[in-house]
Ligand binder design. Structure first.
Ligand SMILES: *Cc1c(COP(=O)(O)O)cnc(C)c1O
Length: 383
């Protein structure tokens, strides 16, 4: 019996484990010198832009929306006025949840089936008078076209909060995601290309005060040199620990090599699956080996395949298959807001058929071959 192959697994080296042990022995385990060093290293990676670390990617998105002034505004006598924020229905639900969390209204635009990212041809017609921001998502690490996106945002005076949770290490126009643009939000969740266990980071645009970002991160507290303090804004509690930052520093040293390895393994999947694609009825993901960091490898199953049975059959072969993601407007919380089946047919089609195959830097080419052989065995039995 071969070992179980999960769809993802973090690569943590011994030097990182030793660095975490050092933090644990140091007597200072929450936000401190390691967080500062991690922020400095991320800033260097982002071409010198200001970066602040958070306890999750969700928290970074929420704080970015608050910094952009997005939310509900009490315009008495007109009552409460809610900003709208445009995003994609095919993403981790966090992207839309944060819009609701700050009191704004999500407006979804269907995906472009060629990229599975927000359809930029349809974006402009969704912009309304109360639209304040766009949250593009680089699904599976494939960047949204930044040239077209920012041209639209500038034309309409909209803020952009790039949900780059999945695209750290990816690039656009030969520049790493995070080095350009408005707000850029990363996640360091255990499944992401760079992990701190849980964590996130926000790249700040030049017009935003980093001190306000820090106050929104920690109870709105402003400290004075004499030891006193004030609270002038309602902040949350989303600071990163030094334990997590030590992991992040160790991970960042390997980011380029992780990305290269993921691209290599993705190519191997293409080589193995492309010839059998027609016979199997599989639809392969967008083949981009220049920009994408290959956060996930996601073919679409034939419409007739029972995905639940396929996932179970692969598991019987010792292979973990994930589903990322069902179209989120069909979740109960969003249906209660009025969204319905048929609203975003392309996202729904991908959401119904998508599967995430194992892809992580420590995988071997033989592992890819094993996954492909198992697909060839199981797919005909589950349709
Ligand atoms: C992971 C993820 C998030 C949230 O990040 P957390 O660190 O889990 O809070 C947001 N958006 C997308 C697209 C993600 O993949």
């Amino acid at each position: 019996m071969t070992d179980f192959l999960p769809f993802t697994r973090p690569s943590i080296d011994e030097a990182t484990i030793a660095a975490v042990a050092d933090v644990l022995r140091s007597g200072w385990i929450t936000s401190g010198p390691k967080v500062q060093a991690f922020e400095a290293a991320l800033s260097e990676y982002c071409g010198g832009r200001t970066v602040r670390a958070f306890s999750s990617g969700t928290a970074t998105l929420e704080v970015a929306l608050r910094l952009a002034g997005v939310g509900a505004h009490d315009d008495r006598p007109g009552g409460v006025h809610r900003d709208t924020v445009i995003t994609t229905p095919l993403t981790w639900v966090a992207t839309a949840n944060v819009i609701l969390e700050v009191g704004a209204t999500p407006v979804f635009v269907d995906i472009d089936p060629a990229t599975r990212n927000i359809d930029l041809d349809k974006l402009e017609s969704a912009i309304r008078a109360d639209t304040k921001a766009i949250i593009p998502v680089d699904l599976a690490g494939l960047p949204v076209d930044r040239n077209r996106l920012y041209a639209i945002a500038e034309r309409h005076g909209l803020r952009v909060i790039e949900d780059a949770a999945q695209s750290l290490g990816a690039s656009w126009n030969g520049q790493f995601i995070g080095t350009t643009g408005d707000f850029v939000s990363f996640s360091f969740h255990a499944n992401k290309n760079l992990t701190t266990g849980e964590g996130g980071a926000l790249v700040l645009p030049a017009d935003v005060d980093p001190a306000l970002c820090e106050r929104l991160r920690l109870q709105g507290v402003k400290r004075f040199p004499d030891g006193g303090m004030d609270v002038d804004v309602l902040g949350g509690k989303s600071n990163l620990t030094d334990i997590a930052a030590a992991i992040g520093l160790g991970q960042l040293r390997h980011l380029a090599e992780f990305t290269e390895r993921r691209r290599h393994l993705a190519r191997r999947y293409f080589e193995r699956l492309a010839p059998a694609m027609g016979a199997l009825g599989l639809e392969l993901p967008p083949a981009d080996f220049e920009n994408s960091n290959w956060h996930m490898f996601q073919p679409l199953l034939p419409e007739v395949t029972d995905r639940g049975r396929f996932v179970a059959a692969m598991k019987a072969y010792g292979i973990g298959v994930g589903v990322h993601y069902p179209a989120l407007h069909l979740f109960s919380l969003y249906r209660a807001l009025g969204f319905r089946e048929g609203d975003f047919p392309e996202a729904e089609r991908v959401g119904r058929r998508t599967v995430t195959l194992p892809l992580f830097p420590a995988m071997s080419e033989a592992d890819v071959d094993r996954v492909c052989a198992a697909i060839e065995q199981t797919l005909p039995l589950t349709t």
